[in-house]
Design a protein around this ligand. Structure first.
Ligand code: GTP
Ligand code: MG
Length: 265
């Protein structure tokens, strides 16, 4: 119930229904090692609290160097597609992905940002209000891992550390032989632990770990939102001006406002 009215939503596909708390990729770099929902969250869901707390959506911002595979990762997850041809993201793009968590509808608003320097100033205006920051690097290009720290700094300039969870995702694992992959992952795990981020290693080409990773993102976002809401009213990212007010294909599309600003950098 919300505002006295029962809410009805179209059903989500089976792989978007999450009832068990999803597992980490490695316990050496994960946000939490527990394998169950926080007891307060479970109890609140039994009491149908997400309706009264206005729990709806979290903002996820995906950043990282150009060509590391951010768009392919989002396309694999949201559309189950993979494109071998590189089409640079210009400014930003977004997808909304619906889930059902512990029986409640919950969505991720996933912002894909440009890695190219000339589009950075457009993209960075969309970092604000992120609940999850995903930093992507290319497992086959170690320099892109070194740059992740700077991407975190940039993303955090627009956000409160307390209100964000960070995921570090190594992409294109299909390009590496297993021994080489393990070696790079060891470095990445160190970096993730330093950043207090959760590490994942994925391939958008084969789809390996993509679904698992985003299920974890959705569960962490939902649980954090719920705990914040239970502690002190509506969490800052819910109902913020950055969220939800999206009307694709109309003047309300946030990307439309940027079309005239593409030359700003
Ligand atoms: N083999 C392989 N190639 C990938 C994978 N993911 C992405 N690529 C390729 O890497 C190139 C860049 O991918 P994008 O997803 O467009 O990169 P991006 O990070 O969005 O780049 P910008 O939008 O410029 O910031 C494309 O040619 C993709 O086909 C992967 O998992 N495996
Ligand atoms: Mg892109």
């Amino acid at each position: 119930m919300e505002n006295g009215k029962m809410q009805f939503s179209a059903p989500v596909s089976r792989d978007r229904v999450i009832s068990k708390f999803p597992k980490w990729y490695t316990p050496q770099a994960c946000l939490q090692t527990k394998d169950h929902w926080h007891v307060r969250v479970k109890t609140a869901c039994k009491d149908r609290a997400p309706w009264s707390l206005g729990m709806k959506m979290s903002k996820v911002v995906v950043v990282g160097d150009l060509y590391v595979g951010k768009t392919c990762l989002i396309n694999r997850f949201c559309k189950d597609l993979f494109d071998r041809d590189y089409k640079a993201t210009i400014g930003v793009d977004f997808e909304i992905e619906r889930f059902q968590l512990l029986g409640f509808p919950y969505s991720l608003q996933i912002w894909d940002t440009a890695g190219q320097e000339k589009f950075k100033c457009i993209a960075s205006t969309y970092y604000r209000g992120a609940q999850i920051i995903i930093i992507v690097f290319d497992l086959a290009d170690i320099r892109t891992l070194e740059h992740t720290r700077q991407w975190l700094v940039e993303a955090m300039k627009e956000n409160e550390p307390r209100s964000c969870s960070v995921f570090l995702i190594g992409a294109k694992r299909d390009l590496l032989a297993s021994a080489e992959c393990q070696r790079v992952e060891r470095d990445a795990i160190k970096m993730a632990a330093d950043m207090r981020a959760e590490f994942w290693s994925v391939s958008s080409k084969t789809g390996e770990n993509v679904q698992e990773c985003f299920s974890r993102v959705a569960a962490v976002a939902f649980e954090d939102s719920m705990l914040q809401a239970l502690q002190g009213g509506v969490p800052s990212h819910i109902g913020s001006s950055d969220l939800i007010k999206i009307d694709r294909g109309t003047a309300g599309d946030p990307r439309a406002a940027d079309e005239n600003r593409l030359t700003c950098c």
